[in-house]
Design a protein around this ligand. Structure first.
Ligand SMILES: [Zn+2]
Length: 144
């Protein structure tokens, strides 16, 4: 049986776009990333404003705890978490449908299919810690 949260659609969904903002509650914000919580199932989500003008928001489902997020956001200006967030975006954007799919296509055009973590032109900073979303497992302390 497909048991997913009706509010944030976790665990089926790992990515939301600004086009359809889920009703999440912010619990922390630092280094260009906010941590939010689903009021219904408690799933944690990371919000990052993307260019241009930091006006394109994406939320990715955080697979660990609030404590781990608070620890990792302090390291290298949150670069580990930002690399992971970008990897989820790269891996799951094609799963978005309808107006969200159109929104991502618009955003990629808006960034000239260069300056975004999906298209990643040579000028776009390369991942330092997480090339894939699974790489975050190397940095999360288990049972911590
Ligand atoms: Zn939920």
């Amino acid at each position: 049986m497909d048991c997913q949260c009706l509010t944030c659609e976790s665990p089926r969904r790992r990515l939301w776009s600004w086009k359809r903002k889920p009703p999440l509650t912010e619990i922390a914000a630092e280094n260009w990333m906010a941590l939010l919580k689903c009021p219904d199932c408690g799933q944690l989500w990371c919000e990052v404003p993307h260019e241009p003008y930091a006006s394109f928001l994406f939320w990715t489902a955080w697979p660990s705890t609030e404590e781990q997020w608070r620890r990792l956001i302090q390291i290298d200006q949150g670069r580990i978490l930002h690399d992971w967030h970008d990897a989820v975006l790269r891996e799951d954007h094609a799963l978005l449908e309808g107006e969200e799919k159109e929104a991502v296509a618009f955003w990629r055009e808006r960034t000239y299919r260069h300056y975004n973590p999906i298209d990643r032109s040579p000028e776009f900073s390369k991942p330092k810690y997480c090339s894939t979303s699974k790489d975050i497992e190397k940095y999360v302390e288990q049972g911590g």
